[in-house]
Design a protein around this ligand. Structure first.
Ligand SMILES: *Cc1c(COP(=O)(O)O)cnc(C)c1O
Length: 437
């Protein structure tokens, strides 16, 4: 009997039952109920350390990886980031508030977004957010106004679009000139934004940012982006005598969801990238700036797994089979949004051959409520079986909704010593009506 494909080495089989982070998924489902998000603490720490060690080895002092917390934000994760010494990215007052409540030192935060309101800007300054990433002229002016009102100079970097097409799904492809985000270098808007920032009394311009996309596997896009950014830095040095102190190259390294996905050797990628950065800066005769990167998915995705219980199995002879689970697009909208691929397993039947092709669907009143098409399950799959959807640590809980008034699942953190803790409670019926008047 062929062992099913496991996308990450924190998965294994024992007596036909899926083990995750060394813990038994059937026991966890029994203890905490389903649907249930699991997070592997050791894996998150490992993923952080991969970046931290590579940064220490290859980038100038003061360079730091920042966890893009939109991938999965809750107090426990911000506490983990504090313990690991990571910086963070935040994109909303809600993320800032959560990080602050978790005791995270917000001086190590970048504040992103293409439309920060005046209230957002004021709140972020109240909380001492270290660096704003200004997306456009209006925003830069709004940050300057608020800083002047307070008599401070706010550290800012400018989000630029280097004009790179990562060939990923359009919704997560952000480096092109016509992107919603950032000022384009090609059109001269990046230079104009820099000139404006340098005139503003309330703005302490530190450098530049780009984020070319997400789930990126392409060989050299980060290197190409870095070269374009460094060429721009050299131009700003020549035009305005502005010396870039910080270059933030964003997030985006892809992770392995299914067997056909590649695997990225992050230390190797960072070593190569650092070589390109050093060479290009030397070529222009400018100092190598501090480097930041913003991994989200590659920190938490493979540390996550979602457990569901099978309800109905509907066979339509001559057509197809549906396996329905007790969650769906409410806890994982990624197939509906991007047709994302996942490895899906019947967690209590790993010993049986997977010979039934099925659509794994949720319980929402929506035909698009699909977790995955063309999954292969054992033909004995039936009500009460346990389904595991792997690699769900990023952009699942973070994107979850209460559509159909379904409560969002709990998140349980699995510790390396074999114990576990609820870090986000399951939403109750009372939670669902809490804001209703
Ligand atoms: C989403 C996002 C990231 C994280 O991307 P991943 O693909 O999860 O690594 C980083 N920076 C910015 C600006 C983002 O919008």
């Amino acid at each position: 009997m062929q062992q099913p494909f496991f996308p990450c080495n924190n998965l294994s089989a024992k007596d036909g039952v899926l083990q995750f982070a060394g813990q038994d998924t059937a026991s966890l489902a029994k203890q905490y109920g389903t649907p249930l998000y699991l997070l592997d603490e050791a894996r998150i720490r490992h993923n952080c350390r991969v970046y931290l060690n590579a940064f220490r080895a290859h980038f100038p002092a003061g360079s730091l990886p920042h966890y893009a917390s939109k991938a999965n934000a809750c107090k426990a994760l911000y506490r983990l980031m504090t313990e690991e010494g990571m910086g963070i990215d935040v994109v909303s007052p809600g993320e800032i508030y959560t990080a602050r409540e978790a005791g995270f030192d917000l001086s190590k935060a970048f504040f992103h977004g293409n439309n920060k309101t005046d209230a957002d800007i004021a709140f972020a300054m109240d909380c001492g957010v270290g660096c704003f990433v200004a997306d456009n002229e209006e925003e830069l002016c709004a940050i300057d106004r608020e800083a002047n009102r307070r008599g401070i100079r706010q550290r800012v970097i400018l989000r630029l679009t280097p004009g790179i097409d990562t060939h990923t799904y359009a919704a997560v492809n952000t480096g092109k000139v016509d992107s919603k985000f950032g000022a384009a270098i090609e059109t001269g808007q990046a230079k104009a934004l820099t000139a404006l920032a340098l005139q503003k009394r309330g703005i302490d311009l530190c450098g530049f940012h780009c984020h070319i996309g997400s789930q990126v596997f392409e060989e050299d896009v980060f290197e190409r982006a870095a070269v374009i950014m460094i060429d721009f830095m050299a131009q700003m040095k020549a035009d305005f005598d502005f010396e870039t102190k910080l270059l933030n190259l964003g997030g985006g390294y892809g992770v392995r969801y299914v067997e056909s996905d590649g695997q990225i050797d992050i230390p190797q990628k960072i070593a190569t990238l650092a070589g390109v950065i050093n060479d290009r800066c030397q070529h222009h005769g400018i100092p190598v700036p501090q480097i930041a990167m913003e991994p989200g998915r590659s920190i938490v995705a493979d540390a996550g797994l979602t457990l569901y219980t099978v309800g109905t199995v509907k066979r339509i002879p001559g057509y197809k089979t549906y396996v329905s689970i007790d969650g769906g697009m409410g806890d994982n909208p990624r197939f509906a949004l991007y047709r994302s691929s996942y490895t899906c397993l019947v967690a209590n039947k790993l010993g049986e051959p997977a010979d039934l092709e099925a659509s794994l669907v949720g319980r929402c009143c929506e035909s698009g409520d699909i977790i995955q098409e063309h999954v292969m399950f054992p033909s004995s799959v039936t009500r009460g079986d346990l389904v595991a959807v792997c690699t769900t640590g990023a952009y699942n809980y973070a994107m979850a909704s209460n559509y159909n008034r379904l409560g969002r699942p709990a998140t349980v953190l699995l510790h390396p010593d074999g114990t576990s803790d609820v870090i986000v409670k399951r939403e109750t019926m009372e939670d669902l009506v809490r804001l209703d008047v």
